[in-house]
Ligand binder design. Structure first.
Ligand SMILES: [Zn+2]
Length: 65
């Protein structure tokens, strides 16, 4: 099952939630408000230290500047 990241704007916290087939937005375990689904971050390992193939990530030295 995929793990999604949800952000609670009320608590300013991010939670990782394991989701089933249901596509409902989970509620914050602390305040009970609906959380905002975060887009999955794609991690690209860069061995060269130059820009990665995406050109717009924030994880490598070539794209972050
Ligand atoms: Zn909350």
């Amino acid at each position: 099952m995929p793990i999604y990241r949800y952000y609670c704007e009320e608590c300013k916290k991010e939670y990782k939630m394991l989701m089933s087939m249901k596509d409902e937005d989970p509620k914050c375990p602390e305040c009970g408000k609906k959380m905002v689904k975060q887009l999955p971050r794609i991690q690209i390992k860069s061995n060269t230290g130059s820009s990665c193939s995406s050109g717009s990530c924030s994880g490598c030295s070539g794209c972050s500047s």
